[in-house]
Design a protein around this ligand. Structure first.
Ligand SMILES: NC(=O)C1=CN([C@@H]2O[C@H](COP(=O)(O)OP(=O)(O)OC[C@H]3O[C@@H](n4cnc5c(N)ncnc54)[C@H](O)[C@@H]3O)[C@@H](O)[C@H]2O)C=CC1
Ligand SMILES: O=C(O)CCC(=O)C(=O)O
Length: 381
């Protein structure tokens, strides 16, 4: 039989089904007329329709984009289970430079592909995309979440995400020092985007010392001026220097895979707690952190605030309810820390076990019902 691209046995390629592993569906979206290249990955709809943001990045290859969307969508399955929302795991990536390649037509075309999935996938913002991008996409599909209030959405989901990160840091401080206090400690923040900037502002307001880095100089300058106006300590460091700062907590709020064989030896922190998705390059890096005595707050527990908001949106937006639900991150994380200590496993293993048993229980419950394409309580049909 003629070898297919990614065929098994071809030394340069990988069998595509081996590559996508346990994912239910992967959709390659191609609109040459406007240069849209996107991938939608649906990892699991066991808990409900897949939900996950859409990331835009100038990936260096299709393979890199595929790798990213597969990891991110699987993470969403666990995040949905942990946050106890009736959605499954999915995610999308658009291959392109968010600074140069955005256009209303690009997002409309993307919206058409989302719509073609007929309610199996809901999406909104992630790294490189903003709520206003999806105002274009929502002209083509109802399956868009997280647009501004003026368009009927719940607005910027990075607000509850940042608040969730603060709860995550407080729970982590509680485990290390016996008090959740944020002040009097130092934090090394990687990435001052939608989430990282808000976390940094809050930590400064609490009287913390900061080490920060971002490739976006404007964000760094703006935060430095804010810190100066408050008389707070802030040190700006280079992208590669952030790992080795003598800060109490490392707060990754940019890319995934930053906890790896190269960076772990450099870390001098007591804990890692931040918003970035897929912080560990591989699960074994959780064990390496533990062996080094560094407390790791599993990313998908800490960064669930945005998901909580966009999932809650289908009941119609309500900020107070979202903030109430986001507060649960503090107790969930303390439970994970307790469970990990009792069972002698890493915090990632403890979180995964918790989510897997929750999914199993819910699958039994879901099997009682017929499968609807959309949540029964969806307000947009
Ligand atoms: N926005 C949200 O509500 C949620 C975000 N996350 C995750 O949190 C992370 C940050 O998300 P957003 O703040 O929304 O993205 P964003 O795109 O607004 O911000 C990312 C920031 O990281 C900076 N950056 C990129 N590469 C860098 C590098 N090598 N060194 C230092 N800085 C670098 C960018 O310049 C940008 O300022 C991502 O991993 C995202 O998937 C997770 C859950 C929800
Ligand atoms: O935050 C959002 O808008 C959607 C949820 C998501 O994609 C995430 O949590 O990574």
């Amino acid at each position: 039989m003629k070898a297919l691209p990614f065929a098994e046995g071809d030394t340069n390629t990988v069998d595509i089904f081996t590559k996508i592993g346990g994912h239910e569906q992967v959709v390659f979206c191609n609109d040459e007329s406007i240069g849209l290249r996107a991938i939608i990955a649906i990892h699991s709809t066991k808990l409900g329709p897949a939900l996950g943001g859409c990331r835009m990045r100038p990936y260096s290859s299709t393979e890199e984009a595929l790798e990213d969307v597969l990891r991110l969508s699987k993470g969403m399955t666990y995040k949905c289970a942990a946050a106890d929302v009736d959605f499954g795991g999915g995610k999308a990536v658009i291959i392109g430079d968010p600074m140069k390649d955005k256009s209303p037509e690009l997002f409309r075309a993307f919206g058409q592909f989302v719509d073609s999935l007929n309610g199996r996938f809901y999406t909104g913002t992630d790294m490189g995309t903003t709520p206003s991008d999806f105002v274009h996409a929502m002209k083509e599909t109802n399956c868009i979440v997280g647009v501004d209030e003026a368009y009927g959405g719940s607005g910027d989901s990075s607000i509850p995400t940042a608040q969730g990160v603060i709860y995550g840091i407080q729970a982590t401080n509680k485990v290390i020092w016996g008090t959740a206090r944020l002040s009097g400690r130092s934090y090394a923040i990687q990435g001052l985007g939608k989430v990282g900037y808000k976390v940094a502002e809050r930590l400064l307001e609490e009287g913390a010392d900061l080490y920060v880095t971002d490739i976006n100089e404007e964000a760094v300058t703006r935060l430095s001026e804010y810190a100066k106006s408050m008389g707070s300590m802030i040190k700006v460091v280079g992208s590669n220097e952030i790992f080795s700062q003598e800060a109490d907590v490392f707060v990754p709020c940019a890319l995934g895979g930053i906890i790896n064989d190269d960076t772990i030896p450099e870390l001098k922190c007591l804990a890692v707690a931040g918003s970035a998705n897929n912080q560990l390059a591989e699960e074994r890096h959780g064990q390496m952190l533990q062996a080094k005595g560094i407390v790791y707050a599993p990313d998908y527990i800490v960064n669930a605030g945005g998901l909580i908001q966009v999932a809650d949106e289908l009941y119609t937006p309500n900020k107070e309810r979202v903030m109430q639900k986001t507060r649960a991150i503090y107790d969930s994380l303390l439970d994970i820390y307790r469970h990990a200590a009792e069972k002698g496993v890493t915090t990632v293993e403890a979180a995964n076990q918790f989510c897997e048993s929750r999914i199993e229980a819910r699958v039994r419950r879901n099997s009682f019902f017929s499968h609807h394409k959309r949540p029964k309580w969806a307000v947009r049909s």
